[in-house]
Design a protein around this ligand. Structure first.
Ligand SMILES: *[C@@H]1O[C@H](CO)[C@@H](O)[C@H](O)[C@H]1NC(C)=O
Ligand SMILES: *[C@@H]1O[C@H](CO)[C@@H](O)[C@H](O)[C@H]1NC(C)=O
Ligand SMILES: *[C@@H]1O[C@H](CO)[C@@H](O)[C@H](O)[C@H]1NC(C)=O
Length: 186
């Protein structure tokens, strides 16, 4: 009898364990420990704007050159950039740092770039770097990339940054707005 009860109890506890382990339908309400909104401005070299350009095509697919982005969704182009970061959407605001890295057009049938870059910040509020990586489906209004780490004031920080194209002028200028949310701060 005693054994019977403990078997029933065992299965009951098993049932509880399994049902509580099921992922709940609701998303866990993660709360960021730090948030930052920053803009950066990219002026692509086009053969005529050497003085103002902040980025350059460094690789191009067969049949195209390093002055004009390739047709077919720019597939195969790699661009290296050294862009000013500002606190608002004005290109001429005093920069608070540099966004440096690259984007790779890596999708044949639509506009998608792969981003790998760092923010180097040097202001009275923030000193240090934040490192970003991720796929950027450019045509989507708001897309998320990973914040994989940081240094200085962002030592061991991790999180997610929402990227929005804030302005786009032909293939020469674009401005991205980054809503950076850290979920791990030290
Ligand atoms: C650089 O930008 C300024 C102002 O935005 C413009 O007047 C000038 O013509 C540009 N120079 C080049 C080389 O593109
Ligand atoms: C680069 O390619 C574009 C478009 O295909 C062309 O108009 C331009 O003349 C080329 N530039 C050079 C320097 O070859
Ligand atoms: C940060 O800015 C200060 C003051 O302008 C400068 O002395 C220092 O070299 C800068 N540091 C970096 C890493 O750029």
């Amino acid at each position: 009898m005693k054994a019977r009860i403990s078997i029933v109890l065992f299965f009951f506890l098993m049932f509880l364990a399994v049902s509580s382990a099921r992922p709940s339908a609701k998303k866990k309400p993660y709360k960021p420990c730090k948030e930052l909104v920053l803009f950066f401005h990219d002026i692509l070299y086009n053969g005529k704007n050497a003085g103002n350009a902040t980025s350059s095509i460094v690789a191009a697919p067969q049949g195209s050159n390093l002055t004009i982005l390739a047709g077919a969704n720019h597939f195969g182009n790699i661009v290296v950039f050294d862009d000013p970061i500002t606190l608002d959407n004005n290109l001429h605001s005093p920069p608070v740092g540099r966004a440096q890295g690259m984007y790779i057009y890596d999708t044949k049938n639509t506009f998608t770039a792969w981003l790998g870059f760092s923010f180097s910040l040097n202001t009275t509020d923030y000193q240090g770097s934040i490192n970003f990586i991720g796929a950027d489906p450019i045509l989507v209004k708001s897309r998320d990339i990973s914040v994989v780490g940081g240094t200085g004031d962002f030592f061991m920080h991790r999180g997610v940054a929402s990227v929005q194209t804030d302005s786009y002028e032909g293939e020469v200028y674009f401005r991205l707005r980054l809503d950076i949310k850290f979920y791990e701060c030290w």
